[in-house]
Design a protein around this ligand. Structure first.
Ligand SMILES: Cc1cc2nc3c(=O)[nH]c(=O)nc-3n(C[C@H](O)[C@H](O)[C@H](O)COP(=O)(O)OP(=O)(O)OC[C@H]3O[C@@H](n4cnc5c(N)ncnc54)[C@H](O)[C@@H]3O)c2cc1C
Length: 504
């Protein structure tokens, strides 16, 4: 007979300890929220879906003091691909301290995020599967099947970070519209007998596309993209099927054998029609799925977590201003829409149809133009994400507060370390009394960095800033130039603090 337990001491239950759920748990813990993560797998998966982290993820991890541990011992590279075209996308042109892609397999990313989450006190229950989610006016109940039987957890909020087939999304009745799968990718981490002659990277053929990279001294990851022959729901991929697919698409199977992981997926691209239903929220793949081309899924999901964590914490602690929690959906829908769109565009360019060959040649030529190449680099790395925020117009409002724009004379970047505590930060850059006067009332929720000296804007022509209010996720909530009047400073800053950090 299953046991029924009630645990009423939880503020937030996160379903899913993938990269997104784990980071969100850490963000909530840093804001002193009591959080439990339920993960149905008894142990972390030994298989890596993703391989890399892009610039915006690295910038954000830097703002939690984590980027060094991610970079330590990891390789990085300046180039990426778009649709497997012959011209590389050059990340070194990015206006970022992290103008590169970091090679960090998903297993490693998950391990490092879990270490961080545990360090800040998150509880992760492995082997505990969420089986039902029901909300009422005051809270949400999650049915759980754990190693010792069934129990129920009650929390103020539940976040579904439970991947593309999200139970939480279904239970909340949130729609997941999008485009169905037309391309089938068959993936294997295998040993290649003919290792020497294996291609490297992406190769388009008359029948589809082959992806092939060495993982270590023994294994290769190979994947065929088949534009004709699909698979039925629930079917397993076998090694025989993979070798047949290799022969069809690449012309030979390279002596592939001894798979340690076989998987398949399609290019179906869907997005939740809302990221919040009452006390239930979605983040990561539970909110958006797409073909993993360009390595964007983990990065997109991590940004969901950075955006949601502090807002949900404010709601839990009862000081969230009206609309704060809903701003999560408003802000995070658009970046996911753009990623879905660019992955669909890449799939279209990968089609083996001979007409597409001409399109690829044209596109490759365009990529040799600096502006086009930079546009793609910015898009894939997520550094152009900015939010439409209300408030006095300023060129930095809603943009990510880049460390490049705030540098001390010794070259040291000032901003990231002030955000390590995951609170809002107000930089008083011109010693204007109005800034510290207004801030005093919000002192418990916003860290003020007073009298930051020797700070200049990155571009010498720009007027220097008088102050900058940065949200915990690193985005600019208010900014004013040095020529702003006292009233402009007082009113603008006061309104921004109230909008994002509640009544004083
Ligand atoms: C082949 C491949 C290559 C990829 N390459 C890249 C890349 O290079 N870069 C990149 O950024 N992205 C890449 N992606 C995408 C990336 O892997 C996903 O976007 C990412 O894993 C999403 O993270 P998540 O935490 O949202 O969900 P997931 O990683 O799917 O984690 C969800 C977790 O929830 C758990 N769970 C599910 N249901 C329940 C339940 N009912 N109760 C408890 N636990 C539950 C699951 O066991 C799982 O651990 C790739 C994907 C694939 C398939």
């Amino acid at each position: 007979m299953a046991t029924e337990l009630f645990d009423r001491d939880v503020d937030v239950v996160i379903v899913g300890a993938g990269p997104v759920g784990t980071l969100l748990a850490a963000e909530l813990r840093m804001a002193r929220v009591r959080v439990v993560v339920l993960e149905r797998l008894p142990e972390r998966s030994p298989h890596s879906k993703a391989f890399g982290l892009h610039a915006r993820s690295l910038e954000s991890l830097d703002r939690r003091g984590l980027v060094e541990r991610f970079c330590e011992g990891a390789r990085s590279w300046n180039n990426g691909h778009f649709a497997g075209l012959d011209e590389w996308v050059d990340f070194s042109t990015l206006d970022s301290n992290h103008g590169y892609a970091l090679l960090s397999e998903q297993t490693r990313t998950e391990r490092l995020l879990e270490e961080h989450a545990l360090e800040v006190g998150a509880e992760i229950r492995r082997g505990h599967e969420a089986t039902a989610v029901r909300q009422d006016e005051d809270g949400v109940e999650v049915g759980v099947s754990g190693p010792d039987g069934r129990y129920t957890l009650r929390a103020k909020y539940v976040v579904g970070c439970d991947g593309g087939r999200s139970l939480v999304r279904r239970e909340a009745g949130i729609g997941f519209p999008g485009t169905g799968g037309r391309v089938t990718a068959r993936l294997g981490d295998v040993v290649l007998a003919d290792r020497e002659n294996a291609p490297m990277g992406m190769e388009r053929t008359e029948r589809g596309l082959l992806f092939c990279v060495p993982l270590d001294d023994t294994y290769h990851r190979i994947s065929t993209f088949d534009f004709e022959r699909g698979k039925g729901p629930g079917e397993e991929l076998t090694m025989d099927e993979l070798t047949t697919s290799l022969r069809e698409i690449w012309g030979c199977d390279m002596g592939a054998h001894s798979p340690r992981w076989l998987s398949w997926f399609t290019d179906s691209a869907c997005q939740a029609d809302r990221y919040r239903e009452g006390r239930i929220l979605l983040a990561g793949d539970a909110a958006h799925t797409h073909f993993p081309v360009g390595g964007q899924g983990v990065n997109l999901g991590l940004q969901d977590a950075f955006n949601l964590g502090w807002k949900l914490a404010a709601a839990v602690h009862g000081w969230a201003p009206e609309g704060l929690l809903d701003s999560y959906d408003k802000e995070r829908q658009a970046p996911a829409r753009r990623v879905l769109a660019n992955t669909r565009a890449q799939i279209a360019l990968m089609n083996p149809d001979p007409y597409v060959t001409q399109l690829r040649e044209l596109f490759t030529d365009l990529m040799r133009k600096e502006q086009v190449n930079r546009h793609l680099a910015e898009m894939l790395s997520g550094v152009t994400v900015r939010y439409e925020l209300d408030g006095p117009k300023h060129r930095l409002l809603g943009d990510f507060a880049r460390d490049l724009e705030l540098r001390a004379d010794d070259g040291k970047s000032l901003l990231p370390e002030h955000l390590h505590g995951a609170t809002g930060v107000l930089l008083d850059l011109a010693d204007r009394p109005e800034v510290s006067e207004v801030w005093r009332e919000w002192g418990e929720r916003v860290l003020a960095v007073e009298r930051v000296r020797h700070v200049r804007a990155a571009c010498d022509q720009e007027p220097e800033l008088a102050g900058l209010l940065v949200r915990p996720d690193g985005y600019v909530a208010w900014a004013a130039d040095r020529d702003a009047s006292g009233a402009e400073l007082r009113d603008g800053l006061g309104a921004a603090l109230a909008t994002w950090f509640g009544t004083a």
